[in-house]
Design a protein around this ligand. Structure first.
Ligand SMILES: Nc1ncnc2c1ncn2[C@@H]1O[C@H](COP(=O)(O)OP(=O)(O)OP(=O)(O)O)[C@@H](O)[C@H]1O
Ligand SMILES: Nc1ncnc2c1ncn2[C@@H]1O[C@H](COP(=O)(O)OP(=O)(O)OP(=O)(O)O)[C@@H](O)[C@H]1O
Ligand SMILES: [Mg+2]
Ligand SMILES: [Mg+2]
Lengths: 277, 277
């Protein structure tokens, strides 16, 4: 009943952070103790939740936790997780996280550092949402190894379908084989972000996605056998682009805006009994 | 008179590729022999120009050129550069490029591989446009070391201003000090992408940018002392989002669309005598 979801897509600017933050806020509003883990050195999820790394130079961040994922007396995990709202916590990022890929470079457990760190938190959180950077590197792999599920934010363009293919291949590498890093990882689905129902090719792209998932459903044992296009699509809404600069979620900034309605409805899809347990 | 421009911004999805491709096409249309170098393992600039890495598995790419940047008889540079239109060539990317960061990891000249490769091409191209991935890693550093100028595509959000500060710091590290990798690198300016003149905070963000550059102009010797907000801003135009999926530039796909008009006008700003020589 504890959901660990990695929000990943190696393509930049598709709505990973916007989705991770606002879905986490919606989960918290539903009474779920929610932790957002910011795995992007650019720290936009942290900033979006009002946590500014430049004001936390002496405080622990997810970088420190990756370097030391234990819970011994002075371990960074005890200080790194900060409350940001009711039922909502953040494990924030910082610029130095960019160095983690090199510093952990050849450690045998370099992919499972975050998983080890989250294991120290037991049942504290009902939902852990992991915001991944736009790459398939070590940080994203830590997110995927630590999660039980993957959600793929994307835009409904044909070019985006190519990227999804590559992304699913990465997930398969993590789940297949006898030394699989995370054999039970499943793909819960795709979130359509910045969605324009009227655009010329939108319907075709969505149809392509839906038939892909319908075919996958016939092939049990694939990580995406029960994946689907999650509804509703998140419509383009300027309020969603404005609120991060003010350190506010859409629910704080513009609770009646389409962006708030769409993410609240998406939270109902993900948490309302339709998702994997 | 040969312009080498790196299009960089570590933030994802801000319009780097869209700008590099369409500005390159506009330069070619003005009669300038133009080379687009795709430094992103996701190869969207290559795909946008109709070059599909999955159909070129046995062909040389920018990856091979980074591993061997010479022009000896069988060097990859001789085959990697492919014509994609009148006055327009592409040095395409491929998925394996993601491995370059590790493979070049500790070579002393790992930052200047692309520069060495482009030096083999002499005066062949009047313009070299380098599309960078959404990071400040080794690939982007190769792009910055190989360029004479930097153009920063971005969106007019307050959060974007933070990222620009970090980006300029990176440029300063490359240009300052006695061992500077590229001391003559200058910032030509910012391209405002997906611009919405009507949005609530757009004017404020643009004002912030313009005053930042006005102050920088008073401090000679900074890499951005003559940087400016380049005009026009590129308006949000759905045609720009559609054409990459068909391997077409905006000038091929929708030559009368606002996207075509805006990028043609931007080319006039960059090449019409207003840029550095
Ligand atoms: N539905 C939406 N309507 C309007 N703007 C949106 C919407 N979703 C996201 N945006 C804006 O689009 C931009 C990219 O979104 P976001 O930062 O969430 O993407 P990302 O995938 O996390 O990017 P990165 O790859 O850099 O981590 C941001 O400026 C964001 O505010
Ligand atoms: N002016 C515009 N109007 C509408 N859509 C645009 C515009 N500029 C870019 N886009 C679309 O926005 C998305 C992101 O643009 P683009 O891929 O050029 O950004 P990028 O900075 O290169 O991303 P990445 O960081 O992943 O390399 C693409 O789907 C693109 O087609
Ligand atoms: Mg993000
Ligand atoms: Mg790009």
């Amino acid at each position: 009943e504890s959901r660990r979801i990695a929000f990943m897509n190696q393509k930049g600017g598709v709505g990973k952070t916007t989705t991770t933050v606002n879905l986490a806020a919606a989960a918290a509003a539903r009474g779920i103790a929610t932790l957002l883990v910011d795995l992007d050195p650019q720290a936009h999820a942290s900033l979006h939740l009002g946590v500014d790394p430049s004001e936390r130079m002496d405080d622990a961040s997810v970088y420190d936790v990756l370097l030391d994922p234990t819970d011994h007396e002075h371990a960074p995990i005890h200080e790194a997780i900060v409350p940001v709202g009711e039922n909502l916590w953040c494990l924030p990022s910082e610029t130095d996280l960019a160095a983690a890929e090199f510093e952990l470079g050849d450690q045998p457990d370099r992919h499972t550092r975050l998983r080890a760190a989250l294991a120290t938190q037991g049942g504290r959180f009902g939902a852990v949402f992991i915001d991944c950077p736009p790459s398939l590197g070590l940080l994203t792999l830590n997110g995927l190894a630590a999660a039980g599920e993957v959600v793929i934010p994307m835009q409904a363009h044909f070019l985006a379908l190519q990227g999804v293919g590559k992304l699913l291949e990465t997930i398969r590498l993590l789940t297949a084989g006898e030394h699989a890093i995370n054999p039970n990882l499943t793909v819960t689905g795709v979130v359509l972000c910045m969605h324009d129902h009227q655009a010329a090719h939108t319907r075709e792209v969505v149809d392509d996605l839906e038939s892909f998932f319908a075919e996958a459903a016939e092939l049990p044992g694939l990580p995406w056998s029960s994946a689907r296009v999650l509804s509703p699509a998140i419509r383009r809404n300027i309020k969603l682009a404005e609120c991060p600069s003010f350190g506010q979620t859409i629910f704080q900034y513009a609770p009646d805006a389409n962006g708030a309605l769409d993410y609240a409805a998406l939270a109902e899809t993900v948490f309302g009994g339709a998702g994997p347990e």
